[in-house]
Design a protein around this ligand. Structure first.
Ligand code: FMN
Length: 475
């Protein structure tokens, strides 16, 4: 069980868009997210988070529209529900130079960027931020998002994770194996900038990618960025168990979180890692009052702005014409993959009657909501920590107000109880969180360190070395 006196980790969960999770709140007069294109909003927020000693700012992202790819998308545009949305990776460059300690996590789908290019962008950001970048590895949930990259539809589930396995294999080779330590010489006297004998082509040949290398950037402070993942299916959890250092969950209760965490940690051990190699962040949103009554009043005020239509559209409970289903529709009558997951969820929540579409809206909007005084919130967080949760991804209602309020009202109470850090640990993000800037030797990426030192200039040479066991075999 987790030591109750250990500080929890805190990430700010955000997206470079107007309506991310709490749909309808953008209509509040204090909702700064309506102007999300204004970089000052993000720079000021990043500085506020750093002042409050948040561990990281975590940007979600998508590559397209939710719902039926052939249907009207009027509902999404009307709510500003993840359209318009801007690229988080580009924004992180601005945030990196505006902060010094805050971790900067970006979401990138394996389908959206070639791994050679992605690895280069991330290394560049890791250099700019002096080692504060994290990558949330996602495989997509949207047909439209897949079509934006030339695919007919979202790739089959199992295949998506096989794709992700090859993708991470390529980037690990580039980040960990292409440059030996000491390859960057910068010797003015001898006139040697970099030592080619210590820089290697990777000659990756797989089902989807053929990448020669070498990696163009020299090693960044973390080499591989801190790795996040948020898959929930069995194959998603296996992928997380193998690769993730941090996993994002939205469990409906600490008890359910405990089961999910124990299961994933067990899978990590089976994959040759240790239970503590993988950490868990629960997504929660907070409604804070000086008294419980004040918090309840505030909740009612937030609820006045809630858009059930927005929550349903985000859950892709939208028909072929692009309209969200009538709230009274029994979920069992809806024939989509998305609805099947919701049916199971809603059946647990309303076991005494037939779950309907409105139940999903009510569940999604109230799930992970914590309402109360700072002390009550601290008590609640202790329960999550006791269930094995290492940190909280704080979901916002409004930017920047939700984070300012959390920093001002809740964090001091948590700090007084030893539940939030007082100061940042030194060094890159991974060092702050795990004590070392580099991935540990148990991680699958570590096998590429020094693996390419048998030098192959051509694909033929690489094939010979591989068959002779002197270059890593494809996994
Ligand atoms: C808390 C949470 C946050 C997520 N954020 C994103 C995201 O920003 N972008 C994205 O494409 N998918 C995101 N996902 C989707 C997951 O990466 C994954 O594709 C989805 O949960 C389906 O999991 P599965 O493929 O294992 O079934 C998120 C999932 C969860 C649970």
């Amino acid at each position: 069980m987790t030591d109750p006196a250990r500080p929890l980790r805190f990430n700010a969960f955000v997206m470079n868009t107007n309506s991310h999770i709490q749909h309808g709140q953008w209509r509040r007069p204090d909702a700064g997210q309506v102007d999300f294109e204004n970089v000052d909003l993000w720079i000021d927020l990043a500085r506020t988070l750093e002042e409050a000693k948040f561990d990281a700012m975590f940007f979600a992202d998508v590559t397209g529209l939710y719902g039926d790819a052939d249907a009207d998308f009027e509902v999404y545009a009307r709510h500003g529900l993840q359209i318009p949305s801007n690229d988080p990776t580009v924004l992180l460059g601005a945030l990196a130079v505006s902060t010094t300690n805050l971790g900067l996590a970006l979401t990138s789908n394996v389908a959206q960027n070639h791994p050679f290019n992605f690895a280069r962008q991330v290394s560049t950001l890791d250099h700019i931020s002096r080692g504060r970048v994290a990558w949330n590895i996602v495989t997509g949930t949207q047909d439209n998002g897949a079509r934006n990259f030339g695919l007919p539809q979202l790739t089959d589930h199992t295949e998506r994770y096989r794709w992700a396995e090859e993708y991470v294999d390529v980037v690990y080779k580039l980040w960990e194996g292409s440059w030996d330590d000491g390859a960057l010489v910068k010797d003015r006297e001898r006139g040697i900038y970099a030592d080619a004998s210590r820089i290697h082509k990777i000659h990756h040949e797989g089902e989807r990618y053929r990448v020669e290398g070498p990696h163009l950037p020299a090693p960044s402070p973390q080499r591989t960025p801190l790795l996040f993942q948020a898959g929930s299916s069995e194959s998603g959890r296996r992928f997380a168990a193998r690769h993730a250092e941090a996993t994002f969950i939205i469990a409906p209760s600490p008890e359910i979180a405990r089961r999910q965490i124990e299961h994933t940690r067990q899978l990590a051990v089976e994959a040759g890692r240790r239970p503590e190699d993988i950490t868990f962040y629960q997504g929660l949103s907070f409604i804070i009052g000086d008294t419980e009554e004040a918090a309840r009043e505030k909740e009612a005020e937030y609820d006045r702005f809630v858009s059930n239509e927005g929550y349903l559209a985000h859950s892709a409970l939208v028909d072929k014409t692009g309209r969200v289903y009538d709230p009274a529709t029994p979920i069992k009558d809806i024939d989509t993959n998305t609805a099947r997951g919701f049916l199971a969820w809603a059946s647990q929540a309303v076991p005494d009657r037939e779950p309907v579409v409105e139940d999903v809206a009510l569940l999604t909007r109230s799930a992970s909501r914590v309402v109360g005084t700072p002390e009550q919130i601290a008590d609640e967080l202790v329960k999550w920590q006791a269930a094995g949760v290492d940190g909280i991804n704080v979901i916002n209602w409004v930017l920047p107000g939700s984070f300012e309020e959390f920093a001002e009202k809740v964090l001091p109470v948590l700090r007084a109880r030893g539940l939030a850090q007082e100061e940042y640990a030194p060094g890159p993000l991974r060092q702050k969180l795990f004590g070392s800037p580099l991935l540990n030797d148990r991680h699958p990426a570590a096998r590429y360190r020094g693996a390419f030192s048998a030098h192959a200039r051509t694909w033929d040479e690489a094939a010979d070395l591989r068959s002779g066991g002197r270059l890593p075999q494809l996994t």
